[in-house]
Structures are given as C-alpha cells and as structure tokens.
Ligand binder design. Structure first.
Ligand code: C2O
Ligand code: CU
Length: 475
C-alpha cells in the first residue's frame, strides 16, 4: 500500500487502520530521512543522517543508582478509599501505583516487570524530559514488555517538580484501568513541609457514570496537618477530559504548572483550576483548607473536607505571576515553524455516525523533522468541537501567546497544552533532546483514533516498529 495515499485518505480512513497507518508513516519518515536529509538552514552541527539509533540514546548505563524502584504490572482488583472496587490493572497491587519520589541529580533506576498484562506494558515519565531511549513509547523507543518480561529504565532527572508515569502501550485502555502513578522530583535538599500528590482519575462503570476519585498515593495524612502549616498539593489529571479543581476555605497560590515553578505567584481566592488531561498544577496554601475535584471528591488539610465551592472565575496562567528571563523570545527568529490544526471530523461509518479527530486534516500525520539545536515555533489551532490537550514528549514548550494575546506573566512552560475549541496557541521550544518523540492529544481515545504525530530529529532512526505484528500499539 502506498503510504502517502493512505495518509491522504483521511477522513474516510477508518480508525481500525490507524495502527497500520502509524507503522507505515514512521517507516516512510525513516525512509524519507535517509533518502533526502533536510539540511539545517542555520548550520547547527548535527549528526549525519542515519548515524544515531533511538536505542543508543539512553540515560547513564553505568554507575550505582541513588534510588531504585521495582514496578510490577498485573491484573488485579482496584479498591478505592470509598470502597468502590473494580477489575483493573495495577503497579505493585495498587492504582494509582506507588508514588515515586526522587531528588534532582539522583541516578534513578526503575525495573518494570509485567506479570500478566496481556496488552503489554511500558513506563512513560510524563513531563520529564528523559533521554529518548528511556521515554517508554512502545514501537518508537522500545518494545512493549510482554507478560513475563521486564525492562530497565535509568535516568538522572534535573527538572524539579510534579510529573507522573503511565504505560504507553494500548494506553487508551490500560492507563484508565490503572497503570499510572505519581512521580515527584524534589530539590536536592528534599521537599519542604507537607507535600501531597492528588491524582484525579475516573473509573468507568458499564451503564453508569464514572466514579471520580482522588488517588492519594503515599502522601502524609491530611486531617492531621496543623493549622498554620504551609501545604503543597500537586494536582495531577490522569483522565482524558479536562478536570476542574478548586481550593476552598483558604487563599492559595498556583506554585507550579506542568512541573515548572511559577515566578512570583500572587494569592488567589476561589478560582477554578482547569487542568488539561495529562497536565499538573501545584497549589500552595496555609492549612486549614480543602482541595476539591470537579465538585465531587475532596481532601481536607487540617480539617474535615469542606463542601464543594461556588463557581469562581477560571484561573488563567497567561498573565499570572511575574515575568522572568526566558531563553528565547516571541519575536524570534525561529529556525523552524510548525503548524497543527486540530479538528473534529464527523463521518458515517457502516451507516453509523462516527467522529474522529485530526491534525492538519490527517490521522497519524507524517513526522515533523527537526535538527538538533533549532528553535522551533509551533502554532496550534483548534478548529474542532472538542478540547485537545496536546502533549509533546521530551521537551517543554514556552507559551508565547493565546488567541493573539502575548503571555505576560511568569514564563508559562508546559508539556501539555490544553487547546479549547476556537483557541490558537503559539508556543516555542529548543530542540535540545535528540530522538523520535511522540506529540499527541492526551485525550487518549483521540490519540488511539490517530491524533498522534512525531517530532523526528534528523539523523535519528528507530529499530522498533509500531503495529499489531510487532506487538507495539502505543496508543
Ligand atoms: Cu502522558 Cu504520550 O503521554
Ligand atoms: Cu484530542
């Protein structure tokens, strides 16, 4: 089959062909890279095309790890604090899995084992810009770990902040069924004060509304926080839809977004915090106070949980906090420009109305080439009817503007940009982490339907293949 024709056959292409399309798209890109290397317009030194394999772009292979974790994925019953239980998938018997806390600069080693998850498992460190071979994307940076298998990850995190981990094999199903957990990188001296991760997650029930829960990981207990204590709560959206969080009963600040501290955060009172799927917001407040998710589950700090808040205004990061130096500016110049037009496409499939989501009119559009060292600007526009939380692996992007309004507060670094219908973002990043990186919607059903592309560094190829034949279906 001609891959170009296949890629162009959207929107009539069926989602069932999507996995094959991705395999072909990656193969085609690798081929194009070999056949016609793109010269770097600005003369940045970069490797000869074909010279680097994803498999060689590892974290430190030598050295005794400072911290080591073992995570075993298996089918098991998931039991929530509320008593709700369901057949699910767990790491080390719980969902969310164990909270991983490390310190910046430590050499981290994680052994992943798959007991019996038939779909296969990987570990992706969402928001942590690890070397490419440690990124955990089945078919791109490794093979999915089959039942009975294991895989070793090693990296030395330098970003201090809130992250999470999840499997990246059949992720639309397996993340929602429980294969996820919190990852916190503390400063070298450790965290100050009560510091708790709150992971918002919806558990599906057949024929009923999902059960929304705040998985609390292994954080300290919360009612026993003494009044007057400064608390940091790390809010993580592990769902596929936008979550709305709030802090009730105390003024608070937004201390960090997507693992990057806000500069000069100012007090907020009752604002609603919209966290895109995959995104994180850290809040700080002085106990007593209550954190509420979607007007439902709540966690009280230094008190019993307070009831859900009245609707406050929606928090907007675009102008929040104080400006600070950034390594590049909205005015450019940029070495490369990318555009992503996101859309909702309605089709009739075997007589049944169907909906799918496209990037630049395509499912699994071809990879975007980039050369190491380049400064890249991306325009992301949502022409569709659904929110699309766009997540670029391996890099943080700086938000330059939204709907033409320049960012004016603390530098807004994001790894997951929630693009609402009608919105247009301009973001920029430095291509400083060679590899082949997924760039996809973190509504994982959208990703599974084909809302996935890749950023592909010139000269880097992958020995892994996506496709059911290879057992690698990352979405
Ligand atoms: Cu949180 Cu590609 O994923
Ligand atoms: Cu989407």
């Amino acid at each position: 089959m001609d891959p170009a024709r296949l890629r162009r056959s959207i929107p009539s292409a069926l989602a069932t062909a999507a996995v094959t399309a991705l395999a072909i798209a990656i193969a085609a890109v690798a081929f194009e890279d070999r056949a016609a290397p793109h010269p770097s317009p600005h003369g940045h030194a970069h490797a000869t095309p074909g010279a680097q394999s994803v498999a060689d772009l590892t974290g430190p292979r030598d050295g005794v790890p400072d911290v080591r974790f073992e995570l075993t994925a298996r089918q098991s019953q998931v039991v929530l604090d509320s008593g709700f239980s369901t057949d699910g998938l767990t790491f080390n018997g719980t969902a969310p899995g164990p909270e991983l806390r490390v310190r910046a600069g430590q050499l981290v080693e994680v052994v992943l084992r798959n007991a019996d998850v038939a779909e296969g498992v990987t570990l992706h460190w969402h928001g942590l810009d690890v070397p490419n071979a440690e990124d955990g994307v089945a078919g791109v940076t490794q093979d999915a770990v089959p039942p009975g298998g294991e895989h070793l990850y090693r990296f030395r995190p330098e970003q201090i902040g809130s992250f999470w981990y999840h499997t990246h094999q059949d992720s639309a199903g397996t993340v929602h069924r429980g294969l996820y957990g919190a990852l916190v990188v503390e400063p070298p001296g450790g965290a100050a004060g009560p510091d708790v991760v709150l992971l918002g997650h919806s558990w599906l029930r057949p024929g009923a509304d999902p059960v929304v829960a705040i998985g609390t990981g292994d954080g300290p207990s919360r009612r026993d926080v003494a009044p007057g204590t400064r608390v940091r709560a790390r809010l993580v959206n592990t769902d596929s839809r936008t979550q709305t969080w709030a802090v009730v009963g105390a003024p608070f600040t937004v201390a960090a977004i997507d693992g990057t501290d806000v500069n000069g955060p100012t007090p907020l009172h009752g604002e609603q915090l919209r966290v895109p799927a995959g995104g994180r917001i850290d809040v700080e407040f002085t106990a007593p106070g209550t954190v509420v998710l979607d007007r439902g589950p709540a966690v009280g700090f230094g008190q019993d949980p307070l009831p859900a808040p009245a609707d406050g205004p929606v928090f907007d990061p675009l102008g929040y906090g104080a400006p600070a130096p950034v390594p590049f500016h909205a005015a450019g110049p940029f070495d490369r420009e990318l555009t992503q037009v996101l859309d909702t496409v309605r089709t009739i499939r075997r007589g049944v109305p169907n909906v799918t989501w496209t990037i630049n009119g395509e499912l699994h559009p071809p990879a975007a080439p980039v050369a190491e060292g380049e400064l890249v600007r991306v325009r992301i526009r949502n022409d569709g009817d659904d929110a699309h939380p766009m997540h670029l692996h391996g890099h943080h992007v700086l938000v330059l503007s939204r709907n033409g309004v320049p960012a004016s507060g603390s530098p807004w670094w994001a790894d997951t940009v929630g693009v609402e219908p009608g919105e247009e973002f301009e973001v920029a990043f430095r291509a400083d982490n060679p590899g082949i990186w997924m760039d996809h919607c973190h509504n994982l059903a959208h990703a599974a339907a084909g809302m996935v592309m890749h950023l592909s560094y010139e000269g880097v190829s992958t020995p892994f293949t996506v496709g059911t034949g290879a057992g690698n279906t990352p979405e």
